[in-house]
Design a protein around this ligand. Structure first.
Ligand SMILES: [Zn+2]
Length: 168
């Protein structure tokens, strides 16, 4: 571990190494770091795989596209997953609340009681009830479709790039 504190994990350097864009001195340092850092080594190997996949897709500027996609893919999937998960929880709550307001779900009697309490407090129960009944299910459907589309896009992208890489 040559550089010690001077050399830490740097994804940008890993991408440059995979692209062959580092000078000999820095390349040796980064390769030394790869030897003792499993995380960076995994990143380096996945970047090599991605370069091969995207190279097979013949983008006009494979290297910059590689980097953008490599940086964006993990970030995106995590963020999107968290976003969808959060929205799904909220909308599931809204939808079950709407169902309970229709009296079709006896299992959420507690929610009913809570809503009754809200209506007592606010006097807006009718408005809230109408709003939830109208908007909740529609939003839930939109969410499900959106999440499904996202999953399909990711799956298609990955399978296509893998197949292209295998054929290349
Ligand atoms: Zn590292």
């Amino acid at each position: 571990m040559k550089g010690g504190p001077g050399h830490r994990c740097d994804p940008e350097e890993i991408f440059e190494l995979a692209d062959g864009a580092l000078g000999p001195e820095r390349e040796r340092e980064v390769r030394t770091h790869l030897g003792c850092c499993p995380g960076c080594l995994a990143l380096y190997q996945s970047e090599l795989d991605l370069n091969a996949s995207l190279g097979a897709l013949q983008f006009e500027e494979p290297r910059s596209v590689c980097r953008v996609v490599a940086m964006a893919l993990p970030t995106r999937s995590v963020k999107v997953r968290l976003l969808w998960a959060g929205l799904a929880v909220v909308l599931l709550l809204v939808a079950s609340l709407a169902l309970s307001l229709d009296g079709t779900n006896p299992a959420v009697f507690a929610v009913d009681a809570l809503v009754t309490f809200w209506s007592f407090v606010s006097g807006f129960a009718d408005v809230v009830r109408a709003l939830l009944a109208a908007v909740g299910p529609a939003l839930l459907v939109a969410l499900a479709v959106g999440a499904l589309l996202d999953l399909i896009i990711a799956t298609v992208y990955l399978s296509v790039s893998r197949r292209r890489a295998r054929e290349a």
